[in-house]
Design a protein around this ligand. Structure first.
Ligand SMILES: [Zn+2]
Length: 201
């Protein structure tokens, strides 16, 4: 019989994305083999992250305890453009390309295309509409992943926004990217070309 602390740890860790019960048990076993400093360090990193990093209240970008992130605060950015991404890491990746100088909105998720009642899912449309109105957005690039869920999410958002804002141009990353590819795995050159050659919805 395993100690209750072991079970308690596994229960908690298997809630993490991509971590099965087996992986959680392996992590637990690994931590137990390390010295005390390792566990202390790991838990303080988790607390440090949770207490010092927040999502920007406008765009969901990560920020250090400010209400608004550096991008939303930057008056030099060309504010009539909005790029919608599904993960914070994709924002960093696009920023590093240095070809885009507009605002962002991080959905923090993609809609599961198999889900029913998708209108009940809150992907932040209210916040997107607020940005569009406040920043006078004229052009939107939807840079969700080139996967079934990513395409589904992009189509859902564009259809929703088109009904509300007839004058806004909505674009999707250019085709040519391999289907089922996450933005995270696309090389910088292909992503740059997909952004430059964006196609209209
Ligand atoms: Zn922001």
């Amino acid at each position: 019989m395993k100690p209750k602390e072991f079970e308690y740890f596994v229960e908690g860790f298997k809630k993490l994305p991509g971590i099965s019960k087996k992986s959680a048990e392996k992590i637990c076993d690994f931590i137990l083999r390390q010295d005390d400093k390792f566990a202390k360090d790991l838990s303080s990193r988790i607390m440090d992250l949770k207490f010092n990093v927040v999502f920007c209240s406008i765009c969901n970008n990560l920020t250090n305890n400010q209400i608004h992130c550096d991008i939303c605060n930057d008056s030099n950015r060309y504010n009539n453009k909005l790029c919608i991404i599904s993960d914070f890491n994709d924002l960093i990746k696009i920023e590093n390309l240095e070809i885009y100088n507009g605002l962002y909105f991080n959905l923090k998720m993609e809609i599961d295309s198999k889900k029913k009642n998708i209108d009940d899912i809150d992907i932040g449309l209210k916040k997107i509409i607020e940005i569009i109105e406040k920043k006078d957005i004229k052009e939107i690039l939807i840079a969700t992943n080139m996967t079934i869920n990513g395409e589904f999410t992009a189509f859902y958002i564009s259809s929703y926004l088109k009904k509300l804002f007839e004058d806004i141009e909505i674009f999707r990353l250019a085709t040519g990217l391999p289907f089922n590819s996450s933005i995270d795995y696309i090389d910088s050159e292909s992503l740059t070309s997909a952004i430059k050659n964006k196609i209209k919805f």
